[in-house]
Every structure is written in structure tokens, then in C-alpha cells.
Ligand binder design. Structure first.
Ligand code: ADP
Ligand code: GLC
Length: 496
């Protein structure tokens, strides 16, 4: 029997992306379809989504609008793919210029609770046959934006006096990042239309406030996160963000499934964005990509200077304050640093200042630029991902594919995907990058020195780079794990 699954999220590459979530919501449903699932997506109708979907047609009026003058459900298709995408058209909520979550001053919109409640509620409606032609057996809600979907499903079950939502629909909540908790003042709870007793420690209440993330974690039938190591880390006080007790209590329902790479988008042998294509067996094009990157960013044209790259949101999570402190280590040893990022003003200023001080060896582009991101990963020798915490991380996986050895902190998905170039790992033919243990300047500096040392041994460098490029982090294996989970959940339907 074909399993119908609805993915509920706020971003979708290439229409709307602020981070890795968009890459996942584009690639995972497609990978599931290849495994035989019938997967669709539900998104808020943010301006680029409404403009980018093809063949949009109305499906139903939404009876509840959470304060928007009107809201309708539409169904369209992602251009160039068969992926069916439902979209909530509520222009008063979603047709705002710029960032989907923040206003022009980088402050969360005052009505975010209502904007994203509409997303979760609409998912639960779809599960109850709002579209007469298609209804999911599984609703998979991604991050806090979709966190209320499992709560509305539970409320619908309760109305029928059952444990399981109408039609036996099951829910999964997927944590991409536990640091974003969707927290709102308690007073906003009344506007959500959930049963009163859901505002409880055993429910959506979180230290006196309302948390959409907690709603997802508490009410979903299963919880997944995006790497096995992160699944363990979030059960500890240090990394649980106050939710570790809940997560430990649900440990038997929690599983870490690694993200994958969409090799149709991130593949150096077919990438239209890069100067020259290359592959594990024909690596010479990478030198051209490096030279093109140096030219584009006005760095000294030195083919023998190792280029360290960063493509990242500039936030506390990413550990780029630590890298800024270690920057002299790269420059004085004759390396170059290329940074593409946007985010915290202090980090933007710090990196802009470094570029100003070292114009020949440090280049910084502040902004979000998909093409330049590909050019950097293609041209860099090393990609830096020194994150404080990292649920999965996609940048290091793209780096492996493009032979830019990842240099990472041993945490979350970074620990699960990169093997350090220690002597023993080199000797055993296992090394794919550089890994440091402690989140401290001297540990990062030592890893940078290790990168320089290996770079000086060109044979070892080439071998390691080839190995990195041959790693397979495609979506198929992960999609199979999700399929197993879906089957397990669907098999429980009979208790309804
Ligand atoms: P996160 O989701 O925490 O930001 P990931 O490593 O999972 O981290 O995914 C980041 C994604 O966003 C990658 O596809 C990366 O290329 C992209 N990205 C991040 N910053 C930028 C930027 N400034 N310009 C272009 N792409 C970016
Ligand atoms: C989050 C995490 C990142 C992960 C991405 C996609 O943004 O920070 O580690 O790769 O989601 O799951």
C-alpha cells in the first residue's frame, strides 16, 4: 500500500531558503517518492512561494483564519518537478517582503503565533480530508513553525473521544534545530483554539509561556531529528534547551536520521554555477575553480595558498566568533579565507574588518547568494564548519562532494559525517577532513595547523580529497529509514 505523507514546513529550495531546512524539504519528499511513498508538502504562501509554484489552483476555503481577513488552500507544483505542494494563501499573513519570520528591523513579526498556527491547523485539516482528492496517513511537521500540527491532530482525536486522529492519521515532528523554540506570551494561547487543558506542563506550556516547538515534541506520535549524535545530545542538560527531560521521557519515540545531499543540485561534475566542472577522477577543474574564486573576490592569485571557505548563517550556533579569533593563524601561515554569510551585526563587522586589514588574503561577502555558495565550495581547499552545535549540517556534506575538506567541531551531525585526518585515520584510509574536540581557540588552531600540514604533503592531500569526494551521502538511505518509520506508525492504525 502506498503511504501518503504530508510534509509541513516553512521553506522550500529553490523558492524560499534561509538555511538547510529548505534543502531538506525539497529533497526529502522527492527521495520518498522514489521509495514508493506518495509525498506532498504544505507551506505558507510567502511571496516567493506564491510566485514560484506552477499550476496553482484553489482547493478549499479555510474556515479558520486566526485573524487574517481570508485564507484559502491552493495546490500547485514545484517547477521542474512532480512534487505537489499545497500552499496557504493568506496575503495579510504571508505576502510581506523580506525574511519570512522577521520584519525589516530583524524583529519577529508580532503575529507569528497566528501566522504559524494557521500552518499547523491547515495541516490537521488536510489530514481530515479538506482536499477530497488526497489525504495523508502521516503528517510530518518540521521545526517549530509546524509544531502545532500534531497538537491540532490530537485535539481532533479528542473531539471524537479517541486516542488517534480521525482516519488513524499519525504525526511525526522533526527537529532541525532545538534552539528555535517558537516561544510566545501565554496570552496568545487563547487565539489558537486549542483545548484549554493543552496549556499545561504536559502540553504546550513552557516555563509559563507558549512554545510551538514543545507542542510538536509533546503531541507528535514520533520525533525525529537530523543526525544520530544530535538525537543523543538533545537529551542532555547541556544541549537540551530546557526540553531534555521531555526528550528523555520520549527516548523510545525519538530517532536520529541523517540528512542527505541532493546530488542533482550539489555535484561538481554537473554544476552550472561553477567555473569548470570536475569529479573525483578528474580533479584538475578544481584548480580553475580556485583561481576563478580568487579572481572574483580580488584575492592574491596564489595556486599554492590553501583557501579556507565559510558559507554560513552568521549566528552564535556556527562558532564563527572562534574562527575570527583564529584568523591570524590562517593568514600568517600564508592561507586565504573566503566568507559568505549574513546575520549578527557584530560578526558581520568583525569579518568585514578582517577583509579590510588583509585584502590579499581575506575576502568577505555579506549576503545570501546561492551561486557564490557553489563557487566557494568548488574553489575552496577546506570548508570551515566550527559550530558550537550542529543538528546535522549540510555544508560539510557539500564540501566533501566538492573535495573541499571539511574542518569541523566534533558535535551533532558533523561528528557523524567527517573523519579526522589523524595519522591512524590516514594510515587506514579513513580520513575525510579535520575534526576538533573542544570548542576552544587552541583546539581550532591545532586543526588549522593540521590542515596546513596535510596540505604540505600533496600526495596525502590528494588521497584524502579523493576519498572525501567518493563519500555517498545521498538521500536514498535516509529516505528508507523514514519509510520504515512510516510503516511502523501506519501499522499502529488499527488501535483507532
Ligand atoms: P543551517 O541550516 O543551520 O543554516 P546547514 O549546513 O544545514 O545549516 O545548511 C545551510 C544551507 O544554507 C546550505 O545550503 C548553505 O549553502 C546555505 N547558506 C548558508 N548561508 C548562505 C549564504 N550566505 N548564501 C548562500 N547560501 C547560504
Ligand atoms: C538546521 C540545522 C542544520 C541542519 C538543517 C537541516 O538549520 O541548523 O544543522 O542541517 O536544519 O536539517
Amino acid at each position: 500500500m502506498t503511504i501518503r505523507v504530508l510534509h509541513v514546513a516553512s521553506e522550500l529550495y529553490p523558492l524560499l531558503k534561509t538555511g538547510g531546512l529548505a534543502d531538506v524539504t525539497a529533497a526529502l519528499p522527492a527521495a520518498l517518492i522514489e521509495q514508493g511513498a506518495d509525498a506532498r508538502l504544505l507551506l505558507p504562501g510567502f511571496a516567493p512561494v506564491a510566485a514560484g509554484l506552477e499550476d496553482l489552483r484553489p482547493v478549499a476555503r479555510l474556515a479558520r483564519t486566526f485573524g487574517a481577513p481570508e485564507a484559502t488552500l491552493e495546490l500547485g507544483r514545484l517547477p521542474g518537478s512532480e512534487l505537489a505542494v499545497y500552499m496557504i494563501r493568506a496575503d495579510a499573513f504571508y505576502a510581506r517582503p523580506g525574511n519570512p519570520y522577521l520584519d525589516a528591523e530583524h524583529v519577529p513579526y508580532g503575529d507569528n503565533a497566528q501566522r504559524f498556527a494557521l500552518l499547523g491547523w491547515s495541516a490537521a485539516q488536510l489530514a481530515q480530508h479538506l482536499d477530497p482528492d488526497w489525504a495523508p496517513a502521516i503528517v510530518q511537521a518540521h521545526d517549530w513553525h509546524a509544531g502545532l500540527a500534531p497538537a491540532y491532530l490530537r485535539a481532533a482525536a479528542r473531539e471524537r473521544g479517541a486516542n488517534v486522529a480521525p482516519g488513524g492519521v499519525r504525526s511525526i515532528f522533526t527537529i532541525h534545530n532545538l534552539a528555535y523554540q517558537g516561544i510566545f506570551p501565554a496570552q496568545q494561547f487563547d487565539s489558537l483554539g486549542l483545548p484549554r487543558d493543552f496549556f499545561d506542563m504536559h502540553g504546550v506550556e513552557f516555563y509559563g509561556q507558549l512554545s510551538f516547538l514543545k507542542a510538536g515534541l509533546y503531541f507528535a506520535d514520533k520525533i525525529t531529528t537530523v543526525s544520530p549524535t544530535y538525537a543523543r545530545e538533545i537529551q542532555t542538560v547541556a544541549q537540551g534547551g530546557g526540553l531534555e527531560a521531555l526528550l528523555r521521557g520520549r527516548a523510545h519515540d525519538l530517532v536520529g536520521i541523517l540528512n542527505g545531499v541532493d546530488y542533482a543540485v550539489w555535484n561538481p561534475s554537473s554544476d552550472a554555477a561553477i567555473a569548470t566542472r570536475f569529479s573525483a577522477t578528474r580533479q584538475s577543474g578544481k584548480m580553475h575553480c580556485k583561481a576563478a574564486l580568487q579572481t572574483r573576490l580580488k584575492l592574491a592569485q596564489k595556486h599554492d595558498a590553501p583557501v579556507f571557505g565559510v558559507v554560513s548563517r552568521l549566528t552564535e550556533q556556527k562558532g564563527l566568533d572562534l574562527l575570527l579569533a583564529a584568523l591570524p593563524e590562517i593568514v600568517t601561515r600564508g592561507g586565504q579565507l573566503v566568507v559568505l554569510g549574513t546575520g549578527d551585526a557584530s560578526l558581520e563587522q568583525g569579518y568585514a574588518r578582517a577583509a579590510h586589514q588583509h585584502p590579499e588574503s581575506v575576502a568577505v561577502e555579506l549576503g545570501f547568494d546561492e551561486t557564490l555558495a557553489h563557487e566557494i565550495v568548488a574553489g575552496a581547499d577546506v570548508m570551515m564548519v566550527p559550530s558550537r552545535f550542529e543538528p546535522c549540517g549540510l555544508t560539510q556534506l557539500y564540501a566533501l562532494a566538492y573535495g573541499a575538506l571539511p574542518l569541523v567541531h566534533r558535535v551533532g551531525g558533523l561528528a557523524d559525517t567527517v573523519v579526522d585526518a589523524s595519522l591512524e585515520n590516514l594510515a587506514d584510509g579513513l580520513a575525510t577532513g579535520f575534526v576538533f574536540e573542544r570548542f576552544e581557540p587552541d583546539a581550532l588552531t591545532a586543526a588549522i595547523r593540521r590542515a596546513f600540514a596535510l596540505y604540505g604533503r600533496s600526495r596525502d592531500w590528494r588521497d584524502t580529497r579523493s576519498r572525501a569526494m567518493q563519500q555517498d551521502f545521498g538521500w536514498a538511505a535516509s529516505a528508507q529509514r523514514y519509510m520504515t518509520l512510516y510503516r511502523e506508525l501506519a501499522g499502529q492504525n488499527t488501535v483507532a
